[in-house]
Design a protein around this ligand. Structure first.
Ligand code: ATP
Length: 236
């Protein structure tokens, strides 16, 4: 397994929000985490990327104990997170935002190559490379947020709600690009409100309820699971 989360426990103050959570991601997979608002999906991703410190359990990337490391060292090991809400630096250009994503790299040739790769994935970002990120559309900002994550040249990319607030046509295009990114060798962990889309894209999925994994299966099986259909797919 590339990523292993073992008996993860997280508390905010004295409120426990994750309870003995176990989740595995194999090299090359797309794994999705489904769950209602407040189930603990973002907390799970933030624990992996080091932004939230667990109170118990362990998180391992190729047997390196991430829960003992700081967020910037976790990025260096090859794990990047694209946070919810397309946080880009609005007063910097597209190109400058991408450069910031490469903060772990010192090799200029490598940075250039990554940037070419990002522009290939998102041609619109190339067209708008000189534009201030704050003036991009919502969809373009989401692409930039993903592109910035890719600049760290990750083995594994964590995506938190990439479709949030986007028009359906843009959602389709973002999801198609996520598939492309995965095909190029990047393992993906996807948190997504749009459960149907997420399950169509993913290999496997986990269902999180009140901080506990209640179900895990292949994405195909989850799509036809009556409980999942009732709770997350509008009963269809
Ligand atoms: P959503 O789909 O709404 O983003 P989520 O499944 O990602 O939800 P989390 O954001 O992980 O859920 O939140 C899990 C629980 O922890 C919620 O009850 C939330 O209110 C609480 N929580 C999250 N962040 C904090 C914080 N910084 N301090 C206190 N409680 C928090």
């Amino acid at each position: 397994m590339l990523l292993r989360i073992e008996n993860l426990e997280v508390k905010y103050g004295n409120v426990q929000v994750l309870h003995k959570l176990n989740l595995n991601v194999a090299q090359g997979e797309i794994v999705t985490i489904l769950g209602a608002n407040g189930a603990g999906k973002s907390t799970t991703l933030m624990s992996v990327s080091g932004l939230v410190k667990p109170s118990g359990g362990g998180i391992y990337l190729e047997d390196k104990a991430l829960h003992k490391l700081e967020a910037h060292d976790i990025v260096k090991l090859g794990l990047a997170q694209v946070p919810e809400g397309r946080r880009v630096f609005g007063t910097l250009s597209v190109q400058e935002n991408l450069h910031l994503g490469a903060f772990t790299a010192t090799d200029q040739a490598r940075i250039r190559k990554n940037m070419e790769w990002v522009y290939e994935m998102f041609p619109i970002l190339h067209q708008r490379r000189g534009q201030l990120a704050g003036t991009l559309s919502g969809g373009e900002q989401q692409m930039l947020a993903i592109g910035r994550g890719l600049m760290a040249n990750p083995k594994i990319l964590l995506l938190d709600e990439p479709s949030l607030g986007l028009a359906p046509i843009l959602v389709k295009s973002i999801f198609a690009t996520i598939r492309e990114i995965n095909k190029s060798g990047v393992t993906i962990v996807l948190v997504e409100q749009n459960a149907r889309l997420a399950l169509k894209l993913a290999d496997r999925g986990y269902v999180l309820e009140l901080g506990k994994i209640v179900l895990e299966d292949t994405a195909k099986a989850l799509l036809v699971n009556p409980e999942v259909q009732n709770a997350y797919l509008g009963g269809a």
